[in-house]
Design a protein around this ligand. Structure first.
Ligand code: SIN
Ligand code: CO
Length: 389
């Protein structure tokens, strides 16, 4: 992957990863021309009112724009009545609703799937913004429609002081060292912690390609869940060897060491740890966006072979794998999945977000059963011939 990439303004992925990723911002003009006008303001308004969509409507008071309010979904038409001059509508996971948009992730093949979060879109009229703030995650901000002025400033962290008494995590000040207006197709990479402030210059849509990273607390929760599923660990431990009589009220250092050691021994079971981590990382963020799949059988699939249908990962689903010593294990939507050996290579390709043709290579009962199960669980989806490029 060492060729220069247009989406990165002509630098290579390796250069971007070593110099910019998690470190400093990068502005690329006309990085993603395909995204221009993919959605229009009215589309975002309509989407925000749909059932299951995760959205927020942020308003600033006309009398005092330093007073903010946030209304979270479900949003109703009435929420858009009596609007102040300054407001922003944020809609999460638009990549689960627009196939064309989810295809835009392909512009970032140098960041693995498990680090991806979702694509959020913001719609604001002139002057609208979500305030000066920082995020804990990496984001590629891509202008989709209209123009937005971006100011970037200081590095912040969990200790940084925020404006008190507001429903958003706002910074009191931004020490501006970057000030540019982005037009459709322009991209701005913002690393975690960097203060940023984007103000709409006109009716504007901005797409945030957001990334995620698990935290230790969530991983520990999952590890706890996995151990609590193991019945044998519910039996009381045998007592420590008692060769001395100690103070009645004290838990001695020896005793504590013994108990801690029992936990540590379990934690060395790397299969359980891997399962816990993979379970967490393959969990879909918006399970309500998983479509209700139409029940399909192996017979239907057999008929569909060589008809031009393709298989791909359902955009709202997460499918991940690990590979060690030729042994491939899969997790889909928060659960470990078992598939036949014959399907392994193909499922790896699907997890790598390749679209594969449902051809005679699928003419195998075990493979068809696996495909049917994954289609019925909405992990995979069938793409009809007409919808492909
Ligand atoms: C926006 O699009 O207005 C907000 C995106 C962000 O600041 O992360
Ligand atoms: Co932000």
């Amino acid at each position: 992957m060492s060729q220069p990439l247009d989406v990165l303004g002509g630098i290579t992925a390796e250069q971007f990863l070593s110099e910019y990723w998690q470190k400093k911002p990068l502005l690329v003009r006309n990085a993603m021309p395909e995204i221009a006008n993919l959605l229009e303001p009215d589309d975002v308004m309509e989407l925000a009112l749909e059932e299951h969509v995760t959205a927020r409507l942020i308003k600033q008071k006309d009398r005092d724009p330093n007073q903010w309010s946030v209304k979270s979904s479900p949003l109703l038409k009435a929420d858009f009545q009596k609007m102040p001059k300054l407001w922003t509508l944020l809609v999460q996971a638009v990549d689960h609703y627009s196939f064309d948009l989810s295809e835009m992730w392909k512009k970032f093949p140098f960041i693995p799937q498990w680090r991806r979060d979702d694509i959020m879109v913001s719609y604001a009229p002139q002057g609208g913004s979500v305030g000066k703030h920082f995020d804990f995650y990496d984001v590629f901000l891509v202008q989709g429609y209209g123009h937005r002025r971006w100011q970037l400033g200081q590095m912040c962290d969990a200790e940084t002081a925020l404006v008190p008494g507001q429903p958003l995590k706002l910074l009191p000040e931004i020490e501006v060292n970057f000030d540019e207006v982005l037009a459709p197709g322009d991209l701005l990479y913002v690393p975690p912690g960097l203060a940023h402030y984007g103000v709409a210059e006109d009716d504007c849509l901005t797409f945030s390609f957001g990334f995620r990273m698990p935290n230790v607390s969530d991983m520990m929760d999952r590890v706890g869940d996995k151990f609590s599923e193991n019945e044998s660990l519910r039996n009381p431990l045998v007592d420590i060897i008692r060769d001395q009589v100690g103070a009645i009220g004290e838990v001695s250092g020896n005793e504590l060491e013994y108990l801690k050691e029992q936990i540590m021994q379990q934690l060395h079971n790397s299969n359980v740890l891997e399962d816990a981590i993979m379970t967490l990382m393959s969990e879909p963020k918006y399970p309500e966006n998983l479509p209700e799949a139409e029940e399909i059988g192996t017979g239907d699939l057999e008929e569909a072979l060589d008809q031009g249908y393709s298989l791909m990962l359902e955009p709202a689903s997460r499918l991940l794998y690990t590979e060690a010593d030729g042994n491939v294990l899969f997790w889909a939507n928060g659960e470990g999945i078992e598939i036949s050996e014959a399907f392994t290579t193909k499922l790896k390709q699907l997890a790598d977000v390749e679209i594969i043709l449902l051809d005679e290579n699928f003419a195998d009962e075990d493979i068809l059963e696996d495909v049917a199960a994954l289609l019925n669980d909405a992990v995979l989806m069938l793409v009809p011939p007409a919808e492909q490029d």
